[in-house]
Design a protein around this ligand. Sequence first.
Ligand code: DX5
Ligand code: ZN
Length: 219
Amino acid sequence: MARINPSILAADFVNMERDLARIASADLVHVDVMDNHFVPNLTFGPQMVGRIQDVSAIPLDVHLMIDDPERWAPGYAELGAASVTFHVEASSDPVALARRLRDRGARAGIALKPGTEPDPYLELLDEFDQVLVMTVEPGFGGQSFMPETMPKLRRLRDAVTARGLDVWLQVDGGITEETIATAAESGADTFVAGSAVFRSDDPSAMIAVLRERAAEHRH
Ligand code: DX5
Ligand code: ZN
């Protein structure tokens, strides 16, 4: 099943409730938290995400691009996010943090920047519910998809399949009607799309198109 998670980084921050209504057919809402330290951009924190949680009928997929996720990530699980993903590059102990997230009722995800190899985590995949393969350098929407990240995704898919696990494999960055085919063929089942959805005249129709394209090109 192909999940489409629109990224509200591309929404209008002062009309968030209106823009959430435009993506009602989404599987989850992707929420990019940036701290201007782990990445050179700043978005919002727990107070804003808590309000989005209050008004959104769609479950939240929180992507933490922050330093010290040990300090902040559990709070996002506590405010009700369905999924909380932190970067392994920022975490001192990804397995321990994932366990804390699961204890608080969230799906636990790890994210890998384009230059980060998945090898240390291949044996530990059962500790996580999701692996996010960044297909751009994290920090900004509207960048171009990096096809060189696809072999890593394929290795993760092969490891998940070989072990019979139900770990979602997510791609994030530069996902369009075209690039989604490549990512689906390489093993992704969960697709974040910011610009493609919110720059479209009809975000809801675009979600349907992306879902169909992903299903057609299933790994
Ligand atoms: C980038 C964010 C992405 C971003 C994707 O660091 O993690 O979620 O919103 O935006 P597009 O789809 O425009 O590349
Ligand atoms: Zn993201």
